[in-house]
Design a binder for this molecule. Structure first.
Ligand code: KG4
Ligand code: ZN
Length: 360
């Protein structure tokens, strides 16, 4: 079964084609992303109106490229008069992110998916963006039948920080969430305070790499909010404020950017890893997953891998390949495949952008 995935919930316009073999093995055939980062950089963050306009410009070229790379040329060919014939080697469904996200951005992907599903007479699949991030860990990996439940998933992105318990395919229970800023949002705001630009995660990670303890003139110590709380919730707003105050009190902070970046990153990683391990133990989870844009962070990947090896030797850790960590459509198509396999389709008339969509 071949699925076209479309993603436009935030600032990446993306399309991908994946193929599932019915035995739980998912192969990514094409994965095209048009990023708007360079455009939003000048504003220091994502401007929704600008994002939507860019999606409108990019969405058809991106889909066309994803189909061409998957050797599905005839969908847009004048020879087939815009029809995409069903059958072997051709598409079986169109999966699209319907939420959560920026409403005007979502609408571009959803309306395009509707038009294509109508024109090509293909079933639509409505995909939750967070669910997409969860399935990113399965794209191009082993047969998904190897996954053992329960699974604990930490989804950390610019918009979300969620701990999710999955007792079976499609059965999600949110056991923890941020009470204020998402982890990625905290990285973005911290980077802004440090004058490192947007997006903040990669900028802070890069600056932190330059940290050299021998060259730092003093110790910087930031809080680890809620690290010992009994629940599985998070809070990153206080950490960001602590950083801003520390900088304010430090006339020489410009010479300590790598020191501040290092400590900020360590604080976020400490909290995320500690909570993920606690949740895994509490629910006796057999599989641990880390997903979302922040899962691109090398230090987080390293500390989590080492900690799981030492403290959870019976659990299997799944982290997406780097290219599937930040927003992409391969993850949407992969999640869509699971819905399509169960014949959980949405007719084009019912595909609708849902900016506040929740998981489950
Ligand atoms: O998943 P994503 O692409 O979009 C949302 O769904 O929000 O995540 C984007 C977020 C941004 O906040 C960005 O700063 C963060 O992921 N991010 C990182 C890294 N790469 C991206 N955070 C920490 N370290 C990174 N290497
Ligand atoms: Zn995302």
């Amino acid at each position: 079964m071949k699925i076209l995935g479309i993603e436009s919930s935030c600032d990446e316009t993306a399309a991908a084609v994946i193929e599932g073999n019915g035995q739980g093995q998912i192969r990514v055939i094409s994965n095209v992303i048009s990023s708007q980062i360079d455009i939003h950089k000048q504003y220091g963050g994502i401007v929704p109106e600008v994002a939507a306009r860019e999606h409108v410009l990019n969405i058809l070229p991106v889909i066309n490229q994803a189909l061409s790379q998957a050797k599905i040329h005839h969908c847009f060919s004048p020879l087939t008069k815009g029809r995409c014939p069903k059958g072997r080697g051709v598409l079986d469904a169109i999966a699209v992110t319907v939420g959560p996200g920026l409403v005007t951005s979502l609408q571009v992907g959803v309306e395009t998916a509707k038009s294509l599903a109508y024109t090509w007479n293909l079933p639509g699949v409505a995909v939750n963006h967070i669910e997409g991030h969860i399935y990113a860990g399965l794209a191009n990996k082993f047969p998904v039948s190897d996954i053992q439940f329960p699974v604990i998933i930490l989804t950390v992105s610019g918009g979300h920080t969620l701990l999710v318990l999955m007792r079976g395919w499609g059965k999600y229970e949110t056991i923890g969430a941020t009470r204020d800023d998402a982890a990625g949002e905290a990285f973005d705001k911290a980077a802004q305070a440090l004058g490192l630009g947007f997006p903040g995660g990669p900028a802070i990670a890069q600056a932190a790499e330059k940290f050299d303890i021998r060259k730092s003139t003093f110790d910087i110590s930031l809080p680890r909010p809620m690290i010992d709380s009994k629940d599985f919730d998070f809070s990153f707003s206080g950490l960001k404020t602590a950083l801003i105050y520390a900088i304010k009190d430090d006339p020489n902070f410009k010479f300590q950017i790598s020191n501040y970046s290092h400590e900020f990153q360590e604080a976020v990683v400490d909290v995320l890893v500690t909570k993920l391990v606690k949740a895994t133990e509490a629910y006796n989870a057999k599989t641990v997953m880390l997903t979302g844009g922040v899962s691109a962070n090398a230090r987080l990947r390293q500390v989590l891998s080492e900690t799981v090896k030492q403290e959870l030797p019976d659990a299997k850790l799944l982290i997406p390949d780097l290219k599937y960590t930040t927003d992409n459509a391969a993850m949407i198509a992969t999640a869509g495949y699971f819905h399509a396999f169960k014949k959980d389709f949405t007719p084009w008339q019912d595909l609708k952008a849902q900016p506040n969509l929740e998981l489950g």
